[in-house]
Ligand binder design. Sequence first.
Ligand SMILES: CC(C)(COP(=O)(O)OP(=O)(O)OC[C@H]1O[C@@H](n2cnc3c(N)ncnc32)[C@H](O)[C@@H]1OP(=O)(O)O)[C@@H](O)C(=O)NCCC(=O)NCCS
Length: 193
Amino acid sequence: MVTIREEKIADIVAREVLLDAAYGPSRFAKASERLREGRVPADGLSLVAVDHGRIVGTVRLWHVAAGPGRAALLLGPLAVDPAHRNRGIGTALMRRAIARARLAGHRAIVLVGDAAYYSRFGFTAAPTGELWMPGRYDRDRLLALELRSDALVGARGLIAASGAFAPKPDVNMLIAANDGDRRPRRARVQRAA
Ligand SMILES: CC(C)(COP(=O)(O)OP(=O)(O)OC[C@H]1O[C@@H](n2cnc3c(N)ncnc32)[C@H](O)[C@@H]1OP(=O)(O)O)[C@@H](O)C(=O)NCCC(=O)NCCS
């Protein structure tokens, strides 16, 4: 049975493998990635689908400003393991993510994706006519869903990252770990004693 739950730290490697399989290296060149890199996702809005203990789907949402002073979320990437597609997993992830975003009081969600897929969840290009993304993207694929009525009425301008910065790795810890790997095992044992 497939369950949807919040992502844990232990899921990160499986999530990245899944995204590589779904999008390939071009995923890092996407305009949406410019809004995600170096940021942490919105609280409670990193979800995974799990089937028999394996991560088979992922979706995350990120804080953005949809034009100056207009808080919204960016959805993506959404991906389902190719071996598990057409089982409703993408739909379950989307519905859970939207419900949680609404419950948390978020006002709107934007994304860049296929309208043929995302329209079933209420996303359209209508509210994004005066919004634009950083970098190259297809205008018809910039879609939005208002969680509060008229949340994007009059929205105009650049969609910009607004989430908290991801913590940088501690350089001293990295050096120590690397150094430890190079030392002879006996030296490390002596140091520990
Ligand atoms: C898009 C994706 C997340 C769908 O996941 P899924 O678990 O297979 O989706 P579901 O089972 O909930 O829904 C399947 C339906 O979506 C349709 N669908 C899947 N991808 C689609 C697309 N890009 N455009 C239009 N319809 C699409 C399927 O044809 C199927 O239609 P049906 O319900 O009429 O039979 C998955 O195919 C995926 O990871 N694709 C690669 C990455 C990607 O393209 N991401 C987002 C699209 S921009």
